[in-house]
Design a protein around this ligand. Sequence first.
Ligand code: FDA
Length: 394
Amino acid sequence: MMTEKCDVLILGAGAAGMMCAIRAGQRGRSVIILDHARAPGEKIRISGGGRCNFTNIHAGPKNYLSANPHFAKSALARYTPRDFIALVEKHRIAWHEKTLGQLFCDDSAKDIIRMLLAEMQAAHVKLRLETSVSTVSHDGGRFRVATSGGVIEAESLVVATGAKSIPKMGATGFAYQIAEQFGLPLIETRPGLVPLTLDPAALERLSPLAGVAVPAEVSHGKTAFNEALLFTHRGLSGPSILQVSSYWREGDTIRLKLEPASDIVALLRQAKQKNGRQSAQTALAEILPKRLAQHVVEKSGLTGNLADMSDKALTTLANEVQDWQIKPAGSEGYRTAEVTLGGVDTTCLDSRSMAAKSVPGLYFIGECVDVTGWLGGYNFQWAWASGQAAGEFA
Ligand code: FDA
């Protein structure tokens, strides 16, 4: 079989890989991008409930977890949410801010994939789908990659194969394998933005609440997120839990403050004054979902009408709502995790170009790198920014 030659070979046609291909192609580099999947950008397609939360206008280094919190600064500063919005607008894709700076397509996530494909075509990038990689070698300054479609030789090799989340969608630890092959260190990986599970006893106690959603402030140490929480058949989920899950480690306790914007004691006092003959459960059901109100009152052990309850009892009830301490048993794992924490250690990468310091021409971008964003468009912004950074140099 003939050996094909190009300047830049990109492994993985996801968000980061396609962005890198566009920039490198625009610079006049001959680019091949390959993927073992049938279609490019499958995670983009399913993201944001099919509408792709493609960036967050507030994205900055503080929204990312990494063993080196400074590493992401350079790439994020040089390709900002405004830059991606300009690209989206150039392609006349309508978008809106949903909440907390999160930008979504009005219509479909497929618009973002179409946009990236159009830009790749304009930059003369060659896309190879359903192509797997068997070996990668590096000699004489060029990379030689044996694929199911033949051998490709390239000056620069960009690894953009993502991470371990959602193996059902073709996620692999391939990037880590390549990093190890070239002697680059890895930071231990673990699932992030993932629902947390509870032990059987806690699960039984909370089982009547499965399906109940409530605004909550969920905290782990000093890190707190104020978003919705969802009780599930397995444990806890919803945006606030997913956010905290990236900080949580086995054995840690998390704190839940349900209905954090309400002064529950004041509300209960008012309810008592207005109608002391009502039950605490009825009063709490004015602000909480019914099943949660019932659970809270049962858990407090308090009985009788509001009129029978002292201020101390009302405070006890309020604490039952706003001061939960929970020790999750685990997480749902990579099966449902939106991202993978850890990955290629940033100490071995140049933060401007994403190039491996010890292997000229080798780059790592996107989720395989030890930079993980919060929920809310931050992970795509990292994919765009790191892809752009490598595309500038590869
Ligand atoms: P990505 O996973 O996108 O791409 C990697 C590519 O490499 C894939 O196409 C894969 O097929 C290919 N590949 C893997 N191994 C290979 C191999 N051995 N050979 C060849 N090809 C290989 N983020 C966000 O900011 N907003 C959002 O709305 C969402 N929503 C969301 C929903 C769900 C359900 C998930 C699972 C994740 C999100 N995310 C998100 C996270 C976001 O999808 C993720 O951070 C980016 O897709 C990462 O981009 P990458 O290009 O690094 O990897």
